[in-house]
Design a protein around this ligand. Structure first.
Ligand code: F58
Length: 847
């Protein structure tokens, strides 16, 4: 018999399914460990995903998740019902990305049933920690923007706000990063391969989404989009529990599918298998991968399809819900729509929500332009996350006309009316019109500027940190500010304190709770300020140090496990983890490490002994086609290869590239960090959010005055922040000076580059990377990101770090002050501001 009843348990002992003394009984609302164990056992037996009689960690994880889900479903249904009954204004957050990470620890923690679950699993012969690690991260996003969306969902539920997340159910999320001798290799990560217990398919929530086709005009001038291909958007809902509240919101992820009648049986039976299922295969492509490559025309078209698919499905759903309201009773006033619905665009990726809402209102609901425009502009708000010109989306008008002909008509009309408004009431801005227009009609390459469309059509535009919002107002959107001064706001980003402190560092959390004499800080993070008065207290410092040490040891074990490198928990743990990008300047970090290595090698033993011992960890994924980012990954790995095997320096320096950085890896790294690097060229990082996570965990920051660093430094105090580098307002002049040949490199910088060129880290050709730092101008040259300019002040700041670390008491005080000053950076604060100042929604507690 293949599926033998007797299997080896994870501890090597033979197990016969779920331990016999726990009866498999369904207790969906169990709270007591024996009942929870029974419910888990029930799911293992009656919701099987594998052959019967197995209860290895994988099965245990699924059964545990399903039992937690039982409880969530109860709250979730009550939440749906309550929102339906009370009919509050609701927010719909549209985002192409969510970086949810794992859900089990979060759900158990939010429900407050960690202890009971740990006990229940013990009864079943498992440890909770081991079980939660079976879960694959839901990585439906790239980086900061996607993780922000997930933190926001957590806060919306915790604050009892009636809100929904909308996104796409990508089958393959962000790739898995493997490190080989050639550097980064991308491998598809199939988070759905073995079923996700956290999604519920809603077979009754399905909407048609059209692509291509043409616009038909009837004799009365009424326009309608017809023909083309129609795929179905099917809803998968993920429960989003709030912390210690019944409110459980939904993240609705759309999947594209074709219907049975689209399958051509005749062709199939004729042996034409591909043609028979053509629409099915085309539908399957839409949600196949996050960010399909867009180097080809096909790739671009597919990305645009994804964006439209999200917007159309979500808006149809929102309109459907609006019409379903109890008191609407078959007739509803469209002017009420913005009083019930607020739509937030997470960057420009869901911009098509604007023309799609206009189309649905005009062509499907029969509103006139003015009425539809009024509703649309009162409903939609837009968040900008970048000032980098290459990230500002521009879609080819040709592709748009082909895929979305009716939407292009609408966009043209918005553009025309915007121009007319300037010509009639703002003639002073006429000379600015070419850059302010939505359409760029350059005959070589006519494009639609999505950010301009968003600014013109939204009631509110916000940046994500004060400096970034100021730059939006004074540079990128300066001309619009004079038309609509009150449209522009700042909403400094935040992070959820649940995932990013309470659950990822239970040791530090208990100490905080003990010293503050309350655990209310978990939902009122400003209370952390109460730690300030104890920052010098020796008892707190020693407890703090031992919690940090426990986290460092756990991290060391992890590093050993994933890289084979042995690191010393007594060394300073210095971490930079984020997407690899030249503006984030991981290159400056590694050049600093290279210089340090070279100096260590030149030192006498007694000189070395005075040095602060460091472990530098760098991690992050490089976009598959971004050559220089991939070279940075390769260089860091090569430096690690040499440094970590050099007995001359090993007691003083280790360099580790942490592979496959994702949310779960961050949850391991951040609690064990002591110094973290947020060293982007000033003015280029809109906010950053990992800086907030590190600071919250008592990690000191070495950083530039960029993004949210500025506000973090204000909050935690300048003495507790290692600042260096040019300010944002100095950057343009520095670039000009360099163009004029006025830049004089620091000898340390030259020495570090030269050391790489000498082959000290192997013969790999790093020239595209190193050449980007040379010359005074030109594409990919002339050190656009000012690594050379900032290098000396960076090295000086690192020297200050080394000195500070030697003074243990001072360091611990700074660490406590970092946590104490992090209250502002709770996403609860950010979301409360959005709710009040942009969405105009109120809390709606489920009783
Ligand atoms: C990030 N943007 C910002 N974009 O870079 C970061 O400073 C900020 O903290 C964060 O948003 C949240 O506001 C970001 O992650 C992307 O990943 C884009 C996705 C689409 C392609 C271009 C990058």
């Amino acid at each position: 018999m293949a599926a033998t009843a007797e299997v080896k348990g994870n501890n090597g002992a033979a197990k016969l399914g779920v331990p016999g003394k726990i009866p498999p009984v369904s207790y969906p609302l169990a709270e007591e460990p024996n009942e929870i164990a029974s419910n888990i056992s029930f799911h293992a037996k009656y919701s099987p995903h594998f052959s019967p009689f197995k209860f290895e960690p994988e099965q245990a994880y699924l059964a545990t998740a399903e039992s937690v889900r039982d409880r969530l479903i109860q709250q979730w249904n009550e939440t749906y019902l309550h929102y339906h009954k009370t009919d509050p204004k609701q927010t719909y957050y549209l985002s192409m990305e969510y970086l949810q990470g794992r859900a089990l620890t979060n759900a158990i923690g939010n429900l407050g049933i960690e202890g009971a679950y740990a006990d229940a699993l013990k009864k079943l012969g498992n440890g909770l920690e081991e079980i939660v690690e079976q879960e694959k991260d839901a990585a439906l996003g790239n980086g900061g923007l996607g993780r922000l969306a997930s933190c926001f969902l957590d806060s919306m539920a915790t604050l009892n706000l009636p809100a929904w997340g909308y996104g796409l159910r990508y089958r393959y999320g962000l790739f898995k990063q493997r490190i080989t001798k050639d550097g980064q290799e991308e491998v598809a990560e199939d988070w759905l391969e073995k079923f996700s217990p956290w999604e519920i398919v809603r077979h009754d929530v399905i909407f048609p989404v059209r692509f291509f086709g043409h616009v038909e005009v009837n004799p009365s001038g009424f326009r309608k989009w017809i023909g083309g291909e129609v795929v179905q958007a099917l809803a998968y809902d993920v429960p989003i529990p709030g912390y210690r509240t019944k409110n459980t919101n939904s993240l609705r992820l759309w999947e594209a599918k074709a219907c049975a009648q689209d399958f051509n049986l005749f062709l199939f039976n004729d042996g034409q298998y591909e043609s028979a299922g053509q629409l099915h295969s085309r539908a399957g492509q839409i949600c196949a991968v996050l960010y399909p490559g867009d180097a080809t025309e096909n790739g671009k078209l597919l990305r645009l399809k994804q964006q439209f698919f999200l917007c159309s499905a979500s808006l149809q759903d929102i309109i459907f819900r609006f019409k379903q309201r109890k008191d609407a009773s078959g007739s509803w006033k469209w002017s009420e729509f913005p009083k019930k619905v607020s739509v937030q665009l997470n960057d420009t990726h869901p911009t098509l929500a604007i023309p799609e809402l206009m189309r649905l209102l005009m062509d499907e609901e029969g509103l006139g332009w003015d009425e539809a425009w009024d509703v649309t502009t009162k409903t939609i708000a837009y968040t900008n996350h970048t000032v980098l010109p290459e990230a500002l989306e521009k879609w080819s008008q040709t592709v748009m006309w082909k895929l979305l002909p009716r939407h292009m008509e609408i966009i043209e009309e918005i553009d025309k009316r915007f121009m007319a408004m300037i010509h009639t009431s703002r003639t002073d801005l006429e000379s600015k019109l070419p850059s302010m227009r939505i359409l760029d009609n350059n005959p070589q390459k006519p494009v639609v500027r999505m950010a301009n469309l968003c600014v013109v059509s939204s009631h509110t535009v916000n940046g994500v940190a004060q400096l970034h919002s100021d730059i939006l107002k004074s540079e990128l959107f300066v001309d619009y500010v004079s038309i609509w001064p009150s449209k522009f706001q700042n909403k400094t980003n935040g992070i959820t304190p649940r995932r990013w402190l309470r659950f990822c560092s239970p040791e530090l959390s208990s100490i905080i709770t003990k010293w503050l004499n309350t655990d209310q800080w978990v939902t009122n993070l400003d209370l952390l300020a109460g730690l300030r008065k104890f920052a010098d207290n020796e008892d707190l410092q020693s407890e703090w140090a031992s919690a940090k040490m426990a986290n460092k040891r756990r991290l060391s074990q992890y590093i050993l496990h994933v890289t084979g490198a042995t690191i010393d928990p007594n060394s300073l743990f210095d971490i930079q983890v984020k997407r690899i990008h030249e503006y984030k300047r991981q290159l400056m970090n590694i050049l600093g490490v290279i210089y340090r290595y070279k100096k260590l090698k030149e030192m006498k033993p007694e000189e070395k002994r005075k040095m602060t011992s460091r472990t530098v960890m760098i991690g992050g994924k490089a976009f598959a086609t971004y050559t220089n980012a991939k070279l940075i990954v390769k260089l860091v790995n090569d430096v690690g290869g040499v440094v970590n095997t050099d007995p001359d320096v090993n007691d003083y320096l280790k360099v580790v590239f942490v592979p496959n950085y994702n949310v779960s890896v961050a949850e391991m790294l951040i609690p064990g960090s002591e110094l973290s690097q947020h060293i982007s060229t000033a003015g280029m990082e809109a906010s950053g959010t990992s800086n907030m996570k590190f600071a919250l965990n008592g990690c000191l920051i070495i950083g530039t005055l960029d993004g949210a660093n500025v506000e973090i430094r204000e909050e935690i105090g300048e003495d507790n922040f290692f600042l260096f580098g040019a300010r944002a307002d100095e950057v343009p002049k520095l670039r000009k000076d360099r163009e004029n040949g006025l830049f004089k490199p620091d000898p340390r910088f030259e020495e570090a580059k030269q050391f790489v060129k000498s082959g000290a880290f192997g013969s790999y050709d790093y020239s595209p990377l190193l050449d980007s730092l040379e010359g005074n101008s030109g594409y990919g040259r002339g050190d656009y990101f000012l690594v050379g300019h900032d290098f000396p002040s960076y090295m000086d700041a690192q020297e200050r770090v080394d000195q500070a670390y030697k003074d243990r008491k001072r360091w611990l005080k700074m660490s406590i002050m970092s946590t104490a000053g992090s209250g502002k950076f709770s996403s609860d604060r950010t979301i409360a501001e959005y709710a009040k100042e942009i969405w105009n929604i109120q809390e709606c507690n489920v009783p």
